[in-house]
Each structure stands twice: as structure tokens, then as C-alpha cells.
Write a protein that binds this ligand. Sequence first.
Ligand code: 5GP
Length: 223
Amino acid sequence: MAPTAFHPDDHAKPWETTRRGLLLLMSSPAGAGKTSLSRRLVADYGDMILSISATTRAPRPGEEEAREYFFKTRVEFEALIAADDLLEWADVNGNYYGTPKAPVMAALEEGKDVLFDIDWQGARQIAQTAPLDSVRVFVLPPSWSDLSRRLNARAQDGEEVIRQRLALGKSEIAHWSEYDYVIVNKDFDRAYADLIHIYRAERMKPGRNPWLPDFVRGLEAED
Ligand code: 5GP
């Protein structure tokens, strides 16, 4: 199935530009494919931006400042907290991670959607702050051995770090039932098609389309 068959821009109508943006919160254990799924969605849909988080963890090989994360010292991060510049923040395995507030607010004002690659604590905080705008998606691996294989194959981390990330993953999946949707990522293309279905359907909710009442009034007024 070609995922582009569901592209909303194919059906774009002028009045859809007034729609209300949504917050797509994606969580998973590391290695389940959440990052690839979310980067692909952002690349394919011009209406969606990826929230770039701030973190105190060190960059991994290949990661770039302002592409994967804004890399901060603990002092810099604590200054962001003190200035109320973060929408949410959490301690994940001894490092701070948080969502800068300003880019999210600016995107929503422009009617754009925002995708968050975020742990369960952050997803919970944002969903509490903006319950009507939040859509939560959890990505599961098809098996634990598959997840372990994927983390080892990346060769980004040493053995001890991989062991820690797997342990952290177990505590992450304990929260799966707090999410609106769950995708089991056995096959990337199928998982991506599922993600697009979720996104497309959520965009069609009446509350996200403030142009609808006027549009329907117009229909009712026609003979
Ligand atoms: P990693 O170090 O593997 O990039 O990320 C570790 C965990 O932190 C992942 O579960 C990731 O989704 C989460 N994370 C990344 N950015 C944020 C954020 O801004 N806030 C919160 N709460 N978690 C985040």
C-alpha cells in the first residue's frame, strides 16, 4: 500500500487552512522505530513540524546540534526550567530532557501540527496541559529480542549503555495503556501506513476544523 495515497494535501481546500493544529505525542522503548516513523511523517507532511527537545545527555555519533537535540549543560537546562521556557521536562535515566515552549506555540498559531518524540512522563504532562489537542501514539517492537537486536545493530552505544536502554524500555512500555493508539512495528511500511491513518483521522475531528460550522450553514442555506 502506498502511504502517499492518504496525503491530506491531495484533498486540500482553501478553508482547511483555518484548522486547529494537533499535538502528536509519540513514545516507545528505544529501538522500536519511533524516530524513523516520526521523521518520515514530518518529511512527508509539510503541515507538521518536529519538536526539537533540549537535553543534557551527550550527543551520540552522527547527532547534530539543533537537528536531533539542543544539547545543554545542566546549568543551562536549569536556567530554561527557571525561566519557564519549557512546556514539559523530565529526568530520563539521569539526564534532563525537555520541550522548548516557544516553537510549539508559534507552530500552533500558524495552524501547524507538532510531533513530539517524548517519553511517557512528557507525553502525560503535555496531554494534561492540552487534552483536546493531544493525540498519543505508542510504538511497540514485535518482540524484545528484535528490539535488542536493533539496538546492537546500530552500534551507536556500548554494551552497558544498551543494557540500560533496554531496562529503561521495560519501564517505558509499562505505560502503553495511557496512549490513544498503539502500533506494533513489525514491518516499517505497514507501521508507517498505520501512523498516517491515525494522523489523517485525527485531523478530521470536528473540533480541529473550526471552518465546519460556517461551511455547514452554507450547505443548509443552499436550495
Ligand atoms: P534518547 O536519549 O534515546 O534520544 O532519548 C531517551 C528518551 O527521552 C526517549 O524515550 C525520548 O523519547 C525521550 N525524550 C526525548 N525528548 C524528550 C523531551 O523533550 N521530553 C521528555 N519528557 N522526553 C524526551
